[in-house]
Design a protein around this ligand. Structure first.
Ligand code: G3H
Ligand code: ZN
Length: 297
């Protein structure tokens, strides 16, 4: 097993997230399905000197391969000397979270938010205990609250109900009982680009922040399609980690579609994919600047 080596001279993810929280900026978490997207993200992070998280959902992991993802990120980490953390995004079972950790991922996300509160706590705690017993430095994320949508362009209107949203006292109990380092909640965000503009409940973010202890970082999922002004407010209210997937996928797919339409005879993959890499680079730079991640290493 290749393991992403922990460099004692580099801050841990928890240390970076605490700095972000105290100084009102956020660490960007971007999903990948292939080397081209990873390259675009890593080159941008290097260019602007930003710590970064790379995420793969269960579907993305299945496509890329666990060990393959670890090896690819390790290669960029060694070459660029950047704080980059590889996260098994939305692991929907204890087994899949453990499997990713065992394969060498150096961050974990266990998402049992669809289970009843107590079962969510139980499974999340099992993952936290497992990972911490092997390496206490690894940051583990748990999730509470109902996040609708999928990372694609949603054709239907996503109606977020008040009962979907995370309650501050439950957030505090969840974090305390599980021992998570990162807490993902529902604040009016959803996965994918929805037909109607999302409206984040900034006050709720603020009260969850107050209910949690300082060492627990707040994560905002579903970063795509949220207006810049709301992202800035969310960071001020206590979010220190933001996930973006759909906007990356859209940038990638659109560049690819355009290139193939304009160059139907081209067969060389590195020529076909070059504009897609460039478009993802531009998108990631825009997001990292919005998150205030520039020169944070
Ligand atoms: O975990 C991944 C994210 O929450 C991505 O959400 O596709 O809406 O950007 P998004
Ligand atoms: Zn997510």
């Amino acid at each position: 097993i290749i393991r992403l080596c922990y460099n004692p001279n580099m801050d841990s993810l928890s240390e970076i997230l605490l700095k972000a929280q105290k100084n009102n900026w956020a660490v960007g978490h971007f999903n990948i399905s292939n080397l081209e997207q990873l390259r675009a993200i890593m080159e941008t992070a290097k260019k602007i000197n930003a710590p970064i998280m790379i995420g793969l959902s269960e579907g993305e992991r299945k496509f890329v391969g666990l060990r393959q993802a670890v090896a690819l990120v390790k290669a960029f980490k060694e070459e660029y000397g950047l704080p980059v953390f590889l996260n098994p995004d939305h692991s929907h079972s204890v087994e899949s979270a453990k499997e990713a950790y065992d394969a060498g991922f150096d961050s974990v996300h266990i998402d049992l938010s669809k289970l009843p509160f107590n079962e969510n706590i139980e499974g999340t705690k099992e993952v936290v205990d497992y990972v911490k017993s092997k390496n206490p430095e690894i940051s583990v994320e748990g999730e509470l609250g109902y996040l609708r949508g999928e990372s694609r362009i949603q054709k239907e209107i996503i109606k977020i109900k008040p009962e979907d949203l995370t309650k501050p006292e439950e957030a505090a109990e969840f974090a305390e009982k599980t021992g998570v380092d990162r807490f993902a909640g529902a604040y009016g965000n959803s996965h994918g680009i929805s037909v109607d503009e999302p409206a984040l409940d900034i006050e709720r973010i603020r009260s969850v922040r107050k209910a949690l202890t300082e060492n627990v970082a707040m994560v905002l999922h579903g970063g795509s399609g949220i207006p810049d002004s709301q992202i800035k407010e969310a960071i001020k209210a206590g979010i220190s980690n933001i996930h973006v997937n759909t906007e990356i996928r859209m940038a990638y797919a659109e560049a690819l579609r355009n290139f193939l339409a304009e160059n139907p005879e081209e067969t060389t993959p590195y020529k076909i994919l070059a504009p897609a890499v460039e478009t993802v680079r531009i998108k990631v730079e825009e997001k990292l600047k919005l998150f205030g991640s520039v020169n944070r290493i």
